[in-house]
Unconditional design. Structure first.
Length: 106
């Protein structure tokens, strides 16, 4: 099994509206380094909801080739931190992945 090492860099916008479902939604453009660099730029969507205790969870989808559940928490009014981990097959290659994100209010 390959490791999706080398990282992933992304830029984009995520919106949190507690009156909507899902509460969290956004789109980012990402590029992998390392094993998956041949995939080029990907569009990644992030959706999720925030519980009353400020825990959060949802799904991240990288152009349909990788869909994963994430969990995290809202910290104060300004930061959403989350993480995901798992394994999948991409273009015939078995890949392990783990990732974290931290989104700050602008």
């Amino acid at each position: 099994m390959s490791d999706a090492n080398g990282g992933l860099t992304s830029t984009g916008t995520v919106t949190i509206k507690v009156t909507e479902s899902p509460m969290i939604s956004g789109t980012m453009k990402c590029s992998f380094a390392g094993t998956l660099s041949f995939l080029g730029e990907q569009t990644v969507t992030l959706v999720g909801d925030i519980a009353k205790d400020d825990s959060a969870s949802g799904e991240v989808d990288a152009s349909g080739f990788l869909t994963a559940e994430w969990t995290g928490a809202l910290s104060g009014d300004a930061t959403l931190d989350g993480e995901t981990a798992g394994s999948t097959t991409v273009s015939g290659i078995s890949v392990k992945y783990d990732g974290t994100f931290s989104l700050d209010r602008k």
